[in-house]
Design a protein around this ligand. Structure first.
Ligand code: AR6
Length: 173
C-alpha cells in the first residue's frame, strides 16, 4: 500500500473513493461535508436518505458508502468523527475506528484507491497532531492493507500538510 500526502480540495481527487467527514445525520453540513454534497449534487444526499431510512444515519466511528454523484471519484465513504472536548482515550479510539471502518468498507467493495481528509480536525476540534498520528498509524497497521493500493491523505491547511509530511517521512525511513 502506497501512502501519500497532498494539499488539495478532496472534491477534485480521482480515486475509487474519497472519504467524507460527515455527521451522524448524513444530511450534509459545513466543512468538507458541505463541499462534497455541493459539488457531488443531489445523488449523494438521495443515497444518504436511503441509508437513513434503513439504519437511521451513521454512528460515530462507523462508515457507510454512497455514489459520488458528479464528483470525479467513483464513491464516497461517509464516516463520522468524534467531537473533541478534552483529552479522552475514547475519542482517540473512535477516530481510529473511522479510518479502520472506512478501509474495511473499501475492501468489501473491492476499492483500491482512497483519499482521506483530516477527519475531526475542523469543526469537531480534534488536535491536529494527535489526529495525524492516529490516522497514519491506523492506516499503516490495517490488517488487510495488502488489498488497498494507495491511500492519499488530503490536507486542506498548511499545518496538517506539514504534520503528515513529517510523520510519513518518519515511517518511510
Ligand atoms: N477538501 C479537503 N479537506 C477539507 C475541505 C475540502 N474541500 N474542506 C475542509 N477540509 P471539517 P470535522 C478540511 O470541519 O472536523 C461538518 O459540518 C478541514 O480543514 O470538514 O470532522 C459535518 O457535517 C479539516 O482539516 O470536519 C460535521 O457536522 C478537515 O477537512 C462536522 O463538520 C475536517 O474538517 C465534522 O467536523
Amino acid at each position: 500500500m502506497i501512502l501519500a500526502v497532498i494539499k488539495a480540495d478532496i472534491t477534485t481527487i480521482e480515486v475509487d473513493a474519497i472519504v467524507n467527514a460527515a455527521n451522524s445525520s448524513l444530511l450534509g453540513g459545513g466543512g468538507v461535508d458541505g463541499a462534497i454534497h455541493r459539488k457531488g449534487g443531489k445523488a449523494i444526499l438521495e443515497a444518504c436518505m436511503v441509508i437513513r431510512s434503513k439504519q437511521g444515519g451513521c454512528k460515530t466511528g462507523e462508515a457507510v458508502i454512497t455514489t459520488a454523484g458528479n464528483l470525479p471519484s467513483k464513491n464516497v465513504i461517509h464516516t463520522v468523527g468524534p467531537v473533541w472536548n478534552g483529552e479522552s482515550a475514547e475519542k482517540e479510539a473512535l477516530l481510529a475506528s473511522c479510518y479502520r471502518n472506512s478501509l474495511k468498507l473499501a475492501v468489501e467493495n473491492n476499492l483500491k484507491t482512497l483519499a482521506f481528509p483530516n477527519i475531526s480536525t475542523g469543526i469537531y476540534h480534534f488536535p491536529k497532531d494527535k489526529a495525524a498520528e492516529i490516522a497514519i498509524a491506523t492506516v499503516n497497521n490495517f490488517a488487510e492493507k495488502g488489498k488497498i493500493e494507495k491511500v492519499i491523505f488530503v490536507c486542506f491547511d498548511d499545518e496538517n500538510y506539514k504534520l503528515y509530511e513529517e510523520k510519513l517521512n518518519r515511517i518511510k525511513q
